[in-house]
Structure formats: C-alpha cells, structure tokens
Write a protein that binds this ligand. Structure first.
Ligand code: SIN
Ligand code: CO
Length: 388
C-alpha cells in the first residue's frame, strides 16, 4: 500500500496525511468511504449470531426494566419478538472471526499495524436505538452498514468525566454535543480515543465498529514486569555493597533510590524481552479456545500439501513478526518463536497470504526450520486446513 496515494476510504486523504492530522487527534467524517457499501450481513443474520453460545453479544434497551437496561447474550430465539418497537440496540463483538466477508473489510485498514486492530463489532438498532452518550478509550472507525444513523460528537473526556450511575454501562452524565451528521451506508466516521459520541438510529440500522486495541500504561507495566519476573532468579536481590555507615538507622537515604533505579533500568531496559512480551501480548487472541490445534507430523503435512491441501489462518489467530539483530521473531496468538533471518519472506507469507499451499510454501518446505515452523503453527492452531 502506497502511503502517499489518496484513498477513497479516507475521503481522498493519503494514509500519511490521515495519520499526521487525524489519527489519535481528531474526528473525521468520510462520505462514501466504501462507495455503495452493502452489509455482508442482514439484521436477521446478526440476530442469529447473538443466539450462539460462543459469540459475545449485548442488548441495550433504553426504556427497559430500568433506564438503559443491559442484557448479555447468548439470547433465546424469542428475544426479538418481545422487544419494544424502538430505542434498543443489539451489539455483536468480533464478527470478523465468524464471517469471512466481515474480516475482508479489515484489508482496507492495512495502512495501520494489524496487531493494533481489535475486532469488528456490529450493531443493529431499532429506530431511536443507541447505547447512550459515552466515550471509548480506543480509536474506532464507525462504518454505516445499513439504514441511517445520526452521530453527535461531544467533548474530550477522561477518567474524571461524570457518568450516570449504572452498574454496567458507562454513560456520560453531561454530553456537550457539537457536530452532528446522519450517516448513510458506506459513510464512515473516525473517532480518536476519549471523544464523546452519541449515535442514534434514524431507522433500522447497522453500524460496523472497527475497533483498535492499545494496552493501558498500567497493563504495560504489570504485564511486562510479570513476564520479566519469570526470568529472574530469587537470588538476585536489592544489594548495597559499598554502603556507608548511617547516621540515623531509621532513615531511608536517597542513595537507595539510585540502587533501585539501576536494578529497574537493567531489567526494564532489556529490549529483546520487551519486544518478546509486547508481541506476545498484542497477539493474544480474544477467544483462545477457538485456537485448538491439530496434532500432525511433518510428513503428514507434506503429504497433505502435495495432495493439494490449503492452509488458512485460523480467523481467531493473531500474527505479527519482528526483527531482533540478525534473527526474526514470529508472534502467533500469544506465543513467540525466534527464527533465523533467512525465513523473512516465509513470515511475511504466513502473516499476509490468503492461503498457503504447495506453490507458495514450496521453497520453505525444503528448509528444516521453515518446515518445522509451518508444522508447529498447524499443531498450535494458528494455521488450519481450509476444509475443516
Ligand atoms: C453502536 O454501534 O451503536 C455503538 C458504537 C459506539 O458508539 O462505539
Ligand atoms: Co463508542
């Protein structure tokens, strides 16, 4: 993807311009980002997904048993017959993992790192339906899929912004509306983190939310230090060799801080471990139980490929790769593997190709490490046979 060619998706901006002026900074309305977009899913099909055990879904009913009633799926078949005529929303999470046509939408966003993408949530709202004025802590592209939705933007929020008293929903007590637009199918609104927004359905409508993930500072610190701690021996301790005699034994002197800072810097500054942790963390799957894996021997895999078998990425798997000195790291669904530098093109193919087959894998199957890697990914479940 050329960062300097104008993209219809970004309303004629180049990826570079969008990232410079809007990403994480300010909202952007894009009329016909995907011209004549037709939702690959009907409202009934979306409702169908919400009946499934393994799919996360929620219903928000504005005038329900209490104001803004939240119900969590899976729902019973008769749920939808008993809902009011208006003012409710169904939200279904991670539809990209279940419907390939929805996953294909993510290809439009390849100007951003794919490990930043979280999922595609799809909502259906009856007229008037919405989830209330709120803010999210992540970037989102709201693509109108069906019908019309009115979006109102509000103020920038933070942890101090007042919320309604509600056990489960974070609805803003005070929404200071500014811009307002009605989106038609194919129109898209980009919102940076923490910008208040309030969407309401003008008629029956479906909205696709392409959401991003970004670890909080607290998550980075706690998860990385937990990861680091696995590699530290119990014998390695705070040490004060060279300590001077103290004048007051009850005082903690500031040279202690220097020793602690040195200890932290030595470990926190380990770039290889930081990269390994980050790659594992960002590729952790939302539904690990969907990455089951198949026991397979290398020879069986080679035979299957020779007979025309296709391998595809498990739609629930997350893949990324990186460089460490002359070597490479492959991250697959929360795991990492150090690999020799000559496998670079294989890693690119594994991450990006629609399917893997004898033709695009051929050169790598003759390489011991390459063959082992493909086999491991099938065993681990990040790759699976297309007909499964
Ligand atoms: C919706 O689709 O109704 C909610 C999306 C959002 O506001 O984040
Ligand atoms: Co939102």
């Amino acid at each position: 993807m050329n960062a300097d060619s104008p993209l219809q998706l970004l309303g004629g901006l180049t990826a570079r311009e969008f990232l410079r002026d809007y990403w994480q900074k300010k909202p952007l309305l894009i009329r016909q980002a995907i011209p004549d977009f037709e939702s690959p899913l009907t409202p009934d099909e979306l409702a169908g997904l919400s009946l499934e055990e393994e799919i996360e879904s929620r219903l928000v009913i504005e005038h329900g048993e209490q104001p803004w009633e939240l119900r969590r799926g899976p729902f019973a078949e008769d749920t939808y017959q008993n809902l009011p005529e208006r003012d409710w929303t169904l939200l279904v999470q991670a539809v990209d993992q279940f419907i390939p046509e929805v996953a294909e939408l993510l290809e439009h966003f390849h100007f951003l790192p794919s490990w930043r993408i979280d999922d595609v949530m799809i909502s259906f709202a009856a007229p008037g339906g919405g989830v209330g004025p709120h803010f999210d802590n992540y970037d989102v592209f709201l693509l109108q899929g069906y019908g019309q939705r009115r979006w109102r933007l509000g103020q920038m929020c933070d942890g101090d912004s007042a919320l309604l008293e509600h056990a489960d929903l974070r609805i803003l007590a005070d929404f200071q509306g500014s811009d307002e637009w009605v989106l038609e199918p194919g129109d898209m609104l980009y919102l940076p983190p923490r910008l208040a927004h309030f969407g309401t359905a003008e008629d029956d409508c479906m909205t696709y939310s392409i959401g991003f993930r970004a670890p909080s500072a607290a998550e980075v610190l706690t998860h990385f230090t937990d990861f680091l701690a696995q590699f530290l021996a119990d014998e390695e301790r705070y040490s004060d060799a060279g300590q001077q005699p103290v004048s007051d034994p009850y005082q903690i002197q500031h040279d202690v801080l220097e020793r602690l800072k040195a200890l932290l810097a030595e470990h926190m500054g380990d770039e290889r471990l930081l990269l390994t942790w980050f790659g594992q963390f960002m590729t952790e799957p939302r539904y690990p139980e969907r990455i089951a894996g198949t026991p397979i021997e290398e020879q069986e895999l080679l035979d299957a490929l020779a007979q025309g078998a296709l391998l595809i990425r498990n739609p629930s798997a997350r893949l990324a790769w990186s460089e460490v000195d002359e070597d490479l790291l492959l991250f697959a669904s929360g795991n990492s593997r150090l690999l020799p530098g000559n496998l670079r093109e294989l890693l690119r193919t594994l991450c990006a190709a629609d399917a893997l087959h004898l033709e695009n894998l051929e050169p790598w199957l003759r390489d011991d490490e390459g063959r082992k890697l493909v086999c491991e990914l099938v065993k681990q479940g990040s790759l699976e046979f297309a007909d499964e």
